[in-house]
Design a protein around this ligand. Sequence first.
Ligand SMILES: Cc1ncc(C[n+]2csc(CCOP(=O)(O)OP(=O)(O)O)c2C)c(N)n1
Ligand SMILES: [Mg+2]
Length: 288
Amino acid sequence: MYESRELMNSGHLACAGCGATIAMRYALKALGENTVLVVPACCWSIINGPFPYTSIKVPLIHTAFETGASTASGVKAGLDAKGDTDTSVAAWVGDGGTFDIGIQALSGAAERNDDIIYFCYDNEAYMNTGIQRSSATPFGTWTTTTPSNHPKAQPKKNMMEIMAAHRIPYGATCSVAFPDDMMNKIRKARLIRGTKFIHIYSPCPTGWKAPSSMAIKIARLAVHTKVFPLYEVENGDHYNINIAPKNVPVEEYLRLQGRFNHLTEDQIRGIQETVDREWERLLKKALD
Ligand SMILES: Cc1ncc(C[n+]2csc(CCOP(=O)(O)OP(=O)(O)O)c2C)c(N)n1
Ligand SMILES: [Mg+2]
């Protein structure tokens, strides 16, 4: 079975506790070896190792920052032209490459409903270049471009809603703290034709100022505080929540990460209110 095969080697170049690396390991187990990966500029361009070395056992194409989706579309068209319709083509892109600079290419692929799986591993900032804020960075976060005395003033962009609005056949959020849920969703996505969008919550101990041993605990708390709910969206309007959150106060999640150290009680209350409001919105859609 492909699912249990290890398609990632241990000799990669990631920081200790890197969620994006754990995410790749699970994703490859679910995708299987008949896969081509497209990776634009991001931490994963480094993690995989310098050519001719590689830490994964499937072909990987390095491409320009804004071209994750369009390169994947091109690879898929090339394989189709050769008569190969079995190989899965997957873009593996950071949040900066997805929410910001690559959104045009992604929107184009989704509008054409190109048959690719688009993964966004979300560590909530431009980590590879030194922790700059992206539109995936949550409100109130410290980054090197949003210092503690001027933390990020805007909320995180709701990328799944943008993808749902394209009416793609399948979208799902995943977390490295819930590997079975993640692999089930990827296996499901592999069998669906058209554009699939998989949004993976990927802790970055380096950029989040947290101990590497806390990465999975933080990821689990993100789900149980409702900060990052795990759900699927089919055809843009059928919502399904996969893990019931335990309603842990958001403060428990924030306090584990140095990037939120400066937040006042008032600001934390405000974040809790936003999280509750967003959860209610999602719940309404799931119950519809
Ligand atoms: C057009 C362009 N602008 C800027 C860069 C520099 N750059 C390389 S990776 C990166 C950050 C990527 O952030 P993200 O997509 O979130 O992935 P992460 O590094 O967090 O894994 C930037 C700004 C580039 N390679 N190309
Ligand atoms: Mg990032």
